[in-house]
Design a protein around this ligand. Sequence first.
Ligand SMILES: [Zn+2]
Ligand SMILES: [Zn+2]
Length: 287
Amino acid sequence: MSAPRTVKCWAAAKPKAALEEVCMEVPSLGPHGVELRVQFCGLCGSDVHLINSDGGYADFTGFAVGKPQVCGHEVIGIVTAVGEEVTHVKVGERAGIGWQNGACHECEWCKKGDEQLCASVKATCCEGNVGAFADYVRIQDGKFCFAIPEACDSAQTAPLKPPRLCSAPLLCGGQTVWTPLVQQTKDGDKFASALGREVTALSGSASKAEEAKALGAHAFAGTLDFILVTLATTQTGGRKEMESMLAFCAEKGIGASVVLRPMDEVNACLAELESAKHAKRFVLTRD
Ligand SMILES: [Zn+2]
Ligand SMILES: [Zn+2]
């Protein structure tokens, strides 16, 4: 068991506040816990909702429990500490953590491998947990820390101009697309295409056609008279989906197309994300 530690993190002191770099203490690491030194962390729409304490997110913020909000839940880094019961990842290895950071592992849903539906679900950057906009991140249920397959780049170093392929957003955004795709055979660009499905991308902006095809779409539709969308309420996915998705991405060479920015530019990235100027995902980097 490791002692509590102080992490340097980017925190919002109150809803909608700009993030400031502060030091916060995180609890000691229990027998099932894992600590990562953060290298890459995707910036997700849920982070924006938590910082703004929007609607359904308000109850899950740090603010609701009297703490600052520290986001970040698409993280890849190096394992720096593990509890004595953890055997699937080792100190010095590369690993990742997504949205969920805990479940009971005993209920009907957990036994089926649908831990995202567990009544005791916990999240990496909710309810006062210090997320991965930080130099280190800790979770107490190491089953939600996943080894990153060798073939998955943390972030491509070439080509030198964006977009680069990066694995960090797979841990939340990717899993959210993957789970309904494999459970209910609905479609989603790169994954669907790699699974052998016929993919048509939709956008009101014709300039996206080329990009969509580069991402694996077979056809592009600018306008349609009617679209019927059916969504599965999977939230993110269980551990089995995370593992199968990472293995699939390793095999097919799939990564998210991202723009890499240093973590100290997080406020500028949040502003751009909110203004929706940016179609790409940002991934924050730390040395
Ligand atoms: Zn997310
Ligand atoms: Zn459960």
